[in-house]
Design a protein around this ligand. Sequence first.
Ligand code: NIG
Ligand code: FE
Length: 420
Amino acid sequence: MNREADLVLHRARLLTVAPLGDERPRSGPAAGDVGAIADGWVAARDGAIVATGHGLAWQRLELVPRSTVEDVAGRVVMPGLVDPHTHLCYAGERWDEFTARRSGSDYLAILERGGGIHATVRATREATDDDLVAAISERIARAAASGTTTIEVKSGYGLEPEEELRHLRLIARARASAAIDVSPTYLAAHALPPRANGDRRAFLRSAQAALATVAAEHLAEAVDAFVEKGVFETEEVAPLMHEAASVGLARTLHADQLNDTGGAAFAARVEARSADHVSRASAEGLRALEHAGIVAVLLPGSALFVGYPPPDARRFVAHRVPVAIGTDHNPGTSPLEGMPTAIGLAVTMCGLTPHEAIVAATINAAHALGRGARTGAIVEGRRADLVVLDTDDERELAYRLGAPLVRAVFANGRAVSPAS
Ligand code: NIG
Ligand code: FE
């Protein structure tokens, strides 16, 4: 082996999460296979993984000058974490709502009264471009420090298309200087803006009309909608989703989060790349997801903070629906930060095993963002997105909730956070 490398991590418990013969997301009995290699190593060059192995074979690599070679002394090295669902583009916090919900106020009732999402919309509208870019960038950097090397960022607190486009352009600015890979999403139908005066159809038509600009300026990779009782119905957003497909944008949905409104089956109908939340998805919805091979993105943070029953991951695994997990970071339903916490909650609240949660937070989440062949696994040819844990047993990620176990992070072969 006379391959060149500029980064080598050796003497690792290496979790490759390597594909099992095909490039589909993991489901069913394969959902917990992390592809562990004892005394393993990974080598990268110019941001791409060039080889993996075990023992001392890495010593035959040709190391270029100023290479990073680290003996990780038996620690876990795993793929960089992928957060497939965040709402990082916002200003202001929602302390009052958070407090009111503790004494019984209902999330959807607050929204209907013009609070909730609308409160964040008002604060975000008032924020300057520079302040918003700084806030988004800081949140991305914090995610990176906790092991995230690919992150989805939604708009959605603009509501009116012009303001949504402003947010998407600001996300693009933050993306340009981010150390990690950012996948932007246009959350086109999050709530009905007050200025729509109740005219849902006219609003949805205007959101649909904005898709041409979104596609032309490459402002988003996907289009999202909040399909929920009292928010938007599946049939209402169908034209938006079809138009998204016709301009080359992927589809994703907030589906069956608080109530079953047929969102999961609808996600299958519009060939969405993921159906997210899905706490209330019916058996029929799960069958539709399984049949269409759509990733279910479980977001236990919002179930925890809002207090609704979390999705039962065992149902999804039993139905062979591929499962991913995300933080859903947002100021309303899920202020939680960091994929390690989401992994812990997915295990304790949703019933994934620790290994299933690691698959859900790496390769399956990469699939949810259309990056299933690019990242999410430690395999030759993929981006060198790597995390070194301060433990020799990856199950500790789920077990010691909140513990700072992320020791080092490499995104595209470069260290993005110093060892803690
Ligand atoms: O993922 N459900 C809709 N959207 C977000 C919450 C938005 C908010 O409350 O600010 C979610 O839960
Ligand atoms: Fe969300």
